[in-house]
Design a protein around this ligand. Structure first.
Ligand SMILES: CC(C)(COP(=O)(O)OP(=O)(O)OC[C@H]1O[C@@H](n2cnc3c(N)ncnc32)[C@H](O)[C@@H]1OP(=O)(O)O)[C@@H](O)C(=O)NCCC(=O)NCCS
Length: 144
């Protein structure tokens, strides 16, 4: 059976979150932005740029992609271990970047853990440039 790519919906959340939890190398925040509510907000704000891959019923890949009207951002790309090295990650990213291009977004950023060798090589192979001179700062915004 072929692999199908579809836009991610909130109904995919449980399977997507399970995939993210199994995947090494992702920085998940289950009680903040990666909660069901957090992902639902993200999908509502970013229609047409977040995707899942399925082999029949089985969810085997996922990626979040959004933009702020100027830059695109990619998060939480994951492919199930048994399906890796079959270009599924590549296809998911091309779907995201094609959708961004159609919106007129001409640049895209992402974070990758420097020690995640497989991901570093994946992004290098796809032509993404690494900016070692940039630092990243982050903070949890506590909301009652
Ligand atoms: C990174 C990841 C998404 C790649 O998905 P994938 O579907 O296996 O990637 P592709 O098959 O499209 O790989 C494209 C190319 O990237 C490179 N690549 C991918 N995985 C690699 C690995 N483990 N080691 C070395 N190179 C790799 C290869 O050059 C590959 O082409 P090739 O198979 O013809 O040599 C997948 O390994 C994964 O889910 N990892 C865990 C989560 C993660 O780290 N996500 C990225 C967060 S930034």
């Amino acid at each position: 059976m072929g692999i199908d790519i579809a836009e991610m919906t909130v109904a995919d959340y449980d399977e997507v979150f399970a995939l993210w939890q199994e995947a090494e190398g992702l920085g998940l925040h289950p009680n903040e932005c990666d909660s069901r509510k957090g992902v639902a907000m993200y999908l509502a704000r970013n229609p047409g740029t977040c995707f899942v891959a399925r082999d029949g019923e089985r969810l085997i890949g996922a990626v979040l992609c959004g933009n702020d009207g100027r830059r695109g951002y990619l998060n939480h790309l994951a492919v199930a271990e048994a399906y890796r090295r079959r270009r599924i990650g590549t296809v998911l990213i091309h779907r995201c970047t094609d959708a961004l291009k159609q919106m007129g977004i001409r640049r895209c950023n992402l974070f990758v853990f420097a020690a995640n060798d497989a991901a570093v090589e994946f992004w290098r192979k796809l032509g993404w440039r690494c900016y070692d001179e940039f630092g990243v700062k982050a903070m949890s915004l506590n909301i009652e």
